[in-house]
Design a protein around this ligand. Sequence first.
Ligand code: BES
Ligand code: ZN
Length: 636
Amino acid sequence: MRASYSAFAFTGCILFVGCGHSSETNAIADDHKNATLQITTIMDPHSHARPQEAVITHLDLDVTVDMVAHTIAGTATYKLQRSSGDSVVFDTDGLLIEKVTLADGALLEYSLGDSTFLGRALRVAVPAGADQVVVSYRTGANARALQWLSPEQTADKTKPFLFTQGQAILTRTWIPVQDSPGIRFTFNAKVKVPNDLMALMSAENPQARSSDGVYSFKMDKPIPAYLIALAVGDIAYQSIDERCGVYAEQSMINKAAWEFADMGRMVTAAEELYGPYRWGRYDVIVLPPSFPFGGMENPMLTFATPTIIAGDRSLTALIAHELAHSWSGNLVTNANWNDFWLNEGFTVYFEHRISEKLYGADYSAMTGVLGHQDLMSTVMEIESGKDPQDTRLKLDLAGRDPDDGMTDIAYEKGYGLLRLLESKAGREKFDTFLRGYFDKFAFQSMTTERFVTYLNEQLLTPNKLQVDVDRWIYQTGIPDDDIVPVSDNFAKVEVEIAHWEKGTPANQLATKAWSTFEWMHFLRHLPGKLNEARMDELDNTFHFTASGNSEILAAWLEQCVSNDYSKSYERLDGFLTTVGRRKFLIPLYDRLIATEKGKAMAMNIYKVARPNYHSVSVRTIDDMLGWSAQNGTITL
Ligand code: BES
Ligand code: ZN
């Protein structure tokens, strides 16, 4: 057992109290209240918290955001549920703790543990009977959850912007908190920002700017710390329907609202599949392009990259994905990051079901094939890397930054297992099972083991189904019973590629009806080595370099790097210096560093681009390029 884990190896079994309810109508009203009764004794190798002694049940956050000094400062007041001991332990990372008091202001003793990749444990001595503590703090210089953007780094270019990214263990860099996905609490927040800016959180949100820059938020359902999020900027709002709307900078708002017109239908489709949407409103905020992910499922307010605004609504499945997390992830939450596949695998499955309802089986088949292609290359990459065991669904991330083990495996292998279960059980039975799962475990955390027990009891045993679930979960690689997705549309794309290889000019290929996904498949399967004339032919015919569709552009730019097609290098440079979405950055830098010339280019681009990236992308690309070794240690 690794050192970082052993501190948490207390002999507690997983014990749940007061969970479950039966009737669906009660579910919405009552189920989250029960969740706070859940005694969390699930070990989390990535948190210092000792919930078996004292666990937080509610946070009152009162902070001021300084957009010039780049700090967040104020108080975090916690309600505690205490079981034993004389202290409460929080996670912090880079925070400056000013004082800790009781609600009446009486000072409490506290200590900060050693600094590791998990940050520092804040242990507060709490007198017997006390159930509230107030932590006064400010963020430090490298609060990795936060990205402070200058006006130039935004779409409008007039006002600064701030957004947070909590998952996996970054919330502790801006709030002292028990930062474990197995610990849930409600929160209220008062956030003061400059009065020409608007603040939004993963909570009930304003739709217009306040006159004094003070915003109040309420999240009355218990959520884990990684789902607390804040965005501050010159943000506009546009409604889609009664419960859905879009936030974005002024210059993006109309485009964003047009692109996401289907949001309301997505929520309805999701509800038809797996039960009521329990969070009230569902809104999306489109962030500046440095946002490191496609999307982040912050409750009530999905954070999204502007790179899904393609102008043709073709990339909005990402919204279906983040929406699906309102069930898989936010309602039933992975107990710790080793169980990450329970969040993402279920969400990919659910996302496909929503897309299929809205856009049909061909659509879902195409995204299924693309995802499977990603899975196979991820498996190869992991198998040849330093942690080959990371192709298991159940991970062992103790002693490592969880971010390093969060790969396509959780998403696509996880989806593969659910696809298999669906095919064995039949759709109807599988849907009943899943719906029951979300209802039964709403507002609770879930371990892989607990899921397997429930699966056996509710689906496999009663229906006498044989699936080697353990093989999928606890062993490496992709099992033989994987149902590989196929797409007729893609078969047609492959025919056109073959024609082009045999000499049919690009402008005579049958590409007219192609969607973004067909183009992606085309670009991924071009012949190995293309000379400049061949690349010219493609670009002059299909205008890839000028594409405003980020998926098509990124796939094309990968080809450009591999084929050293220098006519697109300016575009590549521009893309890499403005877009911070890690999914696009990794393959592009990866291809660049495959040659000496490319490596030099990568370094030159990165020098300029790095200050535009959020810390999670910086960490990954630093590592890929060996940046710190060459440029001294830069702490981020
Ligand atoms: N929760 C993830 C993003 C995430 C994962 C943040 C791990 C931090 C650590 C989000 O739901 C997600 O999966 N985003 C994908 C979207 C895609 C699969 C549709 C992304 O950002 O690419
Ligand atoms: Zn996800």
